[in-house]
Design a protein around this ligand. Structure first.
Ligand code: SF4
Length: 346
């Protein structure tokens, strides 16, 4: 039984039910989002005839194949194949009692960041709402946990979520829906390369999400070298949008800064970053670069990262140095797709 339309496209309160019975609709929502059932056969308390009808119309899992790669640091990377043969990925991180999933919003990414393996793949396509949300359900099932046990989601996998706005927001709405995954929006992080118009649109949603901005350089010249699409929006415009985000009630913003030796790790750049972020409530993540195959970049040394960090903390900024997870399963985002069977067709 495998219909064409994905059931996960529908909001939990818009799920079908015989004669629109709220009780049956709630049962179906519970099978999906509380028990993580991804087969009609598993939904044993639903009438057999209704299950057959649902199966003829709707599909459950949006993926045709899952490959699982376990890293020495306990993170688990999933390479997910879609019905059209394209691939995307998710990374499960069960650390210190917190179960976090990093999900993708696209196949590949149009931002083309020079240090990023996903950027090198180019843009494949947007993921649908079901394909974004489905990553939580299939990973939970593969890990043998209930979907609601994943309490933290970061949209930091493949893709620029704000360029796939409606589908990313639709998936988030089911994540936070009480009959969906019932997550706190405060535990959902949305990462963006910095699109001022979309940041303001997101602010107007009044959802207390965590916004993470991939800044990677405080000066225009360096940023444009690292992020070729950055010329579309000046850094000042992005910073102005972040001020608007916080004025509209948006919470602390995370600034992502990948440390690239000799490119963006000079102390004058640390000082420029301090000046740029003045007046914003931010947390800065310094990310040692995770080398991958064809990349021309090297990571800054630990000593240089420490010096850079001291400039920021000395100015009162909240900073952490984040070593990326899943190094030995493929490194930075996109690498698994590159190294998996059949590289991404983008
Ligand atoms: Fe896209 Fe993020 Fe990679 Fe840049 S770093 S190319 S925004 S996935």
């Amino acid at each position: 039984m495998q219909g064409v339309q994905s059931l996960l496209e529908l909001s939990p309160d818009a799920l079908p039910a015989p004669d629109a019975q709220p009780y049956r609709r709630a049962q179906l929502a519970a099978w999906l989002y509380q028990r993580g059932a991804l087969s009609w056969e598993a939904m044993t308390n639903l009438p057999r005839a209704w299950r057959a009808e649902l199966g003829a119309r709707y599909r459950l899992s949006p993926f045709v194949r899952l490959e699982r790669f376990v890293s020495a640091d306990a993170s688990v990377r999933y390479l997910l194949t879609l019905p059209d043969g394209k691939q995307t990925e998710a990374v499960y991180m069960p650390y210190r009692g917190r179960k976090t999933l990093c999900v993708s919003s696209m196949v590949g990414c149009p931002a083309g960041c020079a240090f990023c393996a996903t950027g090198a793949l180019g843009f494949g396509r947007n993921l649908s709402r079901a394909e974004i949300l489905g990553q939580l359900l299939v990973v939970a099932q593969a890990e043998g946990i209930a979907p609601r046990e994943i309490r933290n989601v970061v949209l930091m996998g493949m893709g620029e979520a704000l360029l796939n706005y409606d589908n990313a927001l639709g998936a988030i709405r089911t994540m936070i829906h009480p009959e969906g995954l019932d997550m706190s929006p405060r535990r959902i992080t949305l990462s963006t390369v910095g699109l001022p118009g979309r940041i303001r649109r997101l602010a107007a949603e009044r959802l207390p999400l965590v916004l993470a901005v991939s800044l990677h350089a405080p000066d225009e010249k360096t940023r444009r070298e690292i992020i070729p699409t950055a010329h579309a929006h000046a850094i000042e415009e992005i910073i102005a949008a972040l001020h608007d985000w916080q004025a509209a009630g948006g919470r602390r913003v995370t600034i992502e800064y990948t440390m690239l030796a000799g490119v963006n790790d000079a102390l004058w750049q640390a000082e420029a970053l301090v000046a740029l972020l003045r007046g914003l409530v931010v947390h800065v993540n310094l990310i040692p670069f995770n080398p991958w195959g064809a990349s021309p970049f090297r990571s800054s040394s630990r000593a240089q990262i420490a010096r850079f960090e001291r400039v920021l903390t000395g100015a009162g900024l909240s900073v952490s140095v984040r070593f990326s997870r899943g190094r030995d399963t493929g490194g930075a985002c996109g690498q698994l797709a590159l190294s998996g069977e059949g590289a991404l067709a983008s």
